[in-house]
Design a protein around this ligand. Structure first.
Ligand code: GDP
Ligand code: CA
Length: 339
């Protein structure tokens, strides 16, 4: 295999990519060339405008993680960050005070916003930012693309006793950062998604891939939004390459993040099998040839296979690069021999 395409969210996707790239470089992925090209198609429906800046959390998490600029403890934002701008904004009483933009991070958003305002599409802006973060290490072997150049935003409806409708719709960032996903999500709304078009290069990267990987990213607000860009799901269905996914649910828990809340909101069973069946088998109009579950969920393998998806149970905790590279190797191996 010479070309792999990964449909990624933020933290889960970025960690997986670290392990995948580690495995490719070490030559431990069966049948994958050491100079294979990896294209990351990242979710950009978490994006929002704040303090006049365009912030793309998943793109930045992937870029900072793979470029070794991420704060390892938080898992997002820049390492050795300072917060003077945030404190100054708070001193002016400017909302939202619950969303922290670090000083170093702000430079990224300033560059991005300036370029967008000069007329460059997000995909070209992302490529420009990646020249700092990815090119020095990966050269031409790694590309990071937003799923779309269009503005798409995930919003979440939550119960609000004070509202006439009994509901309030908040931006995804407010649900996650301010409400900490602690209140039930009643509905998830993807504003602009149905009118969006894939960013340049996205369809070609899927159609031309030997392997498309759905990493253990949030199946609703990360991979779900990518597949929801008109044209992308069909490209995954029709690629001549193989399509394999890894479960973000381990032992009926989402490890970290809020996949449980999002799956519940769309009425999908919170389990490795529930997520697999929701993606569906390619042979039955879905997107998967293969699906890995954690060893704790081994009893779900038969149910997934009965739906036409090849499945296996292996350790799926991304504890370090070696463990994650082993997950990637198992994923490649699972679908290598499927028709
Ligand atoms: P986000 O955009 O930062 O929320 O990141 P992603 O959407 O890429 O990934 C978040 C999801 O990764 C979470 O909802 C978890 O279900 C999953 N996840 C995080 N850590 C692990 C892990 O170690 N193993 C597995 N299997 N899934 C994980
Ligand atoms: Ca995200």
């Amino acid at each position: 295999m010479r070309s792999l395409t990964v449909l990624s969210g933020g933290m889960g996707g970025a960690r997986f990519l670290q392990g995948l790239l580690h495995g490719i470089a070490a030559g431990t992925l069966p049948g994958v060339a050491p100079d294979a090209h990896v294209t990351v198609v990242a979710n950009n429906a978490d994006d929002w405008w704040v303090h006049g800046l365009k912030v793309c959390p998943d793109l930045d998490t992937v870029m900072y993680t793979l470029g070794d600029g991420i704060d390892l403890e938080r898992g997002w934002g820049r390492r050795a960050e300072t917060w003077s701008a945030k404190e100054e904004l708070a001193a002016y009483g400017v909302e939202p005070t619950w969303f922290g933009l670090g000083d170093r991070d702000i430079a990224t958003h300033l560059v991005r916003t300036q370029m967008l305002e000069a007329g460059y599409p997000l995909s070209q802006v992302t490529a420009a930012l990646c020249r700092r973060w990815l090119t020095p290490t990966y050269g031409e072997t790694l590309s990071l693309l937003p799923m779309t150049d269009d503005r798409v935003e995930t919003h979440v409806a939550v119960a609000d006793a004070d509202a006439a409708s009994g509901k309030r719709v908040v931006h995804f960032q407010e649900y996650w950062v301010r409400l900490r996903a602690e209140v039930p999500a009643e509905q998830v709304v993807f504003v602009g998604l149905d009118r969006s078009t894939p960013a340049p290069g996205v369809i070609d990267a899927i159609a031309g891939a030997d392997l498309v990987v759905l990493p253990p990213s949030n199946p609703v607000v990360s991979v779900g939004t990518i597949l929801g860009v008109p044209g992308i799901r069909d490209a995954v269905r029709n690629t001549p390459g193989k399509v394999v996914g890894l479960s973000p649910i381990v032992g009926d828990s989402h490890v970290r993040g809020m996949a449980r809340q999002m799956l519940t909101a769309i009425g999908v069973e919170v389990s490795a099998a529930g997520v697999a069946l929701n993606y569906g088998a390619r042979s039955a109009g879905g997107v998967l040839d293969g699906w890995l579950v954690d060893e704790r969920d081994a009893e779900q393998v038969a149910r997934i296979e009965a739906a036409g998806i090849r499945a296996a149970a292996v350790p799926l905790m991304m504890t370090d690069h070696d463990a994650t590279a082993a997950m990637a190797a198992s994923a490649v191996d699972l679908v290598r021999s499927t028709r």
